[in-house]
Design a binder for this molecule. Structure first.
Ligand SMILES: [Zn+2]
Length: 468
């Protein structure tokens, strides 16, 4: 009796011990998973940061060469050497594309040197894009007879497509998230706003209150949306990927900004530049595009977002920058439901920018003309970068815009694509009860009062869902 009791107790202890062991086993592999995730995150972070820096470094190098060529152009004009002027123009127009694409290639190397593997989806995307450049950009418009996008120089689209293919053929590990594809439509439509979908997913009625109150109150069917905006064709000056954000102006040098030759800090060339400034003939000059090179003060830095501290006057400018995206899968040891293997996606986005200055108080873009002035590269907060909401290499978002939305516009919920996060939000949006919940919530003045006004951060519509 006693012995049996002892045995039974022993058995219970054993079971307890086994349970603890099993728990510990899972705890250990869970911790290992956690460590693995953290380890992957640290690796991906280094890779992403160095890729962004590498992209920005090549932007800086390209800007400096562009500036050197502007100066050489002025000297050649002063010397009446028009063959050289012509040659410089030809080099500049190509440099605006090749310089950034070398940066795109170098960013891949930086990512791979830090242990990141090729991302097959990114690789396919760049190949697909090269194909679009080669076959669609060159198509003639039936109305004007011109190419969809006029070539910056003869044969440019074929050359550009070949460069993209050559980079993609070695595999793409790092996406450039602030790429501005010529076909990208502007974001003046709710269906093209990343925040619209996030507001639905998070039932963020305050977002609707500030940005889309009328839509929330009056919407009743997908037929309300009307057609999606179409892009207009133009003559590109900058590369789509890591573009330098420049404009080409055909004018007298003296018409560019209000500078004197001394302002260029180029005493040795002063005499010839003065002659060129006084010349009445127009030539091509590469200038900082006024839409892109602005003061950081358009961000609300005083309120501590998206960056803290003061900006030194000589560094107070936005403009060309480099934002990278790395997405990699990591297999978990902890089995998921029904014992299947679970993989977690780990994503890292970084941004960097080339910096320089003319002197202690003057930015390189104080005068419009590009001159060689970039000395350094720094990481910058992603929210101060030119990355659009979602990011150009967020392929799920791109697919949603390009493939899913046109069907939704035509067929409503039956046109939505299963499994797409954004289509799922539209399914929720289409439910009248969902929208009524929002209207009811916003009917309560206490609720409305709890909504904090968005900060005046540029044109980003306030706030952010990104953590860094
Ligand atoms: Zn979708």
């Amino acid at each position: 009796m006693n012995k049996q009791k002892y045995n039974s107790k022993n058995g219970q202890t054993l079971i307890f011990f086994l349970v603890v062991l099993v728990i510990m086993f899972f705890a250990v592999i869970w911790v290992f998973d956690l460590h693995n995730i953290l380890n992957t995150k640290s690796k991906i972070r280094n890779a992403g940061d160095s890729a962004a820096v590498m992209g920005a470094r090549w932007q800086g190098i390209s800007l400096n060469i562009m500036g050197d060529l502007n100066i050489m152009n002025a000297i050649a004009i002063a010397d009446g050497d028009y063959a050289t002027v012509d040659a410089i123009s030809n080099i500049q127009v190509r440099l605006a594309f090749t310089g950034p694409l070398i940066g795109f290639d170098a960013a891949q190397q930086a990512g791979k040197n830090n242990g990141i593997f090729n991302n097959d989806e990114f690789t396919d995307y760049v190949f697909e894009h090269a194909n679009i450049v080669r076959n669609q950009y060159t198509q003639q418009s039936p109305t004007t007879g011109n190419m969809l996008f006029a070539e910056p120089y003869p044969g440019a689209w074929d050359e550009y497509a070949t460069m993209l293919e050559s980079i993609a053929s070695r595999g793409i590990a790092v996406g450039i998230d602030n790429a501005k594809f010529y076909t990208d439509v502007s974001y003046n439509h709710y269906l093209l706003m990343y925040e619209f979908y996030d507001a639905i997913a998070g039932q963020n009625w305050c977002w609707f209150y500030f940005h889309a109150m009328n839509l929330l109150e009056t919407y009743n069917s997908y037929r309300n949306w009307g057609p999606l905006p179409v892009f207009t064709s133009f003559i590109p000056v900058n590369s789509e990927i890591l573009g330098l954000q420049l404009s080409r102006r055909n004018t007298r040098l003296g018409n560019i900004a209000g500078q004197t030759s001394e302002d260029y800090s180029l005493a040795e060339h002063g005499r010839s530049l003065v002659n060129v400034q006084n010349s009445t003939n127009s030539f091509n000059w590469y200038c900082y595009s006024s839409g892109a090179w602005n003061s950081w003060s358009s961000f609300d830095i005083q309120s501590g977002f998206p960056a803290t501290g003061t900006v030194k006057p000589q560094y107070d400018y936005t403009g060309a920058d480099s934002a990278t995206r790395i997405e990699t899968d990591m297999e978990r040891l902890t089995p998921g439901q029904d014992g299947e293997i679970v993989t977690n996606g780990v994503t890292w986005t970084s941004a960097a920018k080339a910096f320089g200055y003319l002197n202690d108080t003057e930015t390189p873009c104080l005068y419009d003309l590009v001159i060689p002035a970039f000395h350094d590269v720094r990481l910058i907060p992603l929210d101060t970068s030119s990355t659009p909401y979602g990011g150009a290499f967020d392929l799920e978002w791109q697919r949603h815009i390009n493939d899913h939305l046109p069907k939704y516009i035509l067929y409503g919920t039956s046109g939505l694509t299963p499994g797409c996060y954004f289509c799922n939000q539209l399914r929720t949006w289409e439910r009248g009860s969902f929208r009524n919940d929002g209207i009811d919530w916003l009917d309560d003045p206490d609720n409305v009062q709890s909504c904090t006004a968005p900060s005046s951060g540029g044109n980003r519509g306030g706030g952010t869902t990104r953590g860094h």
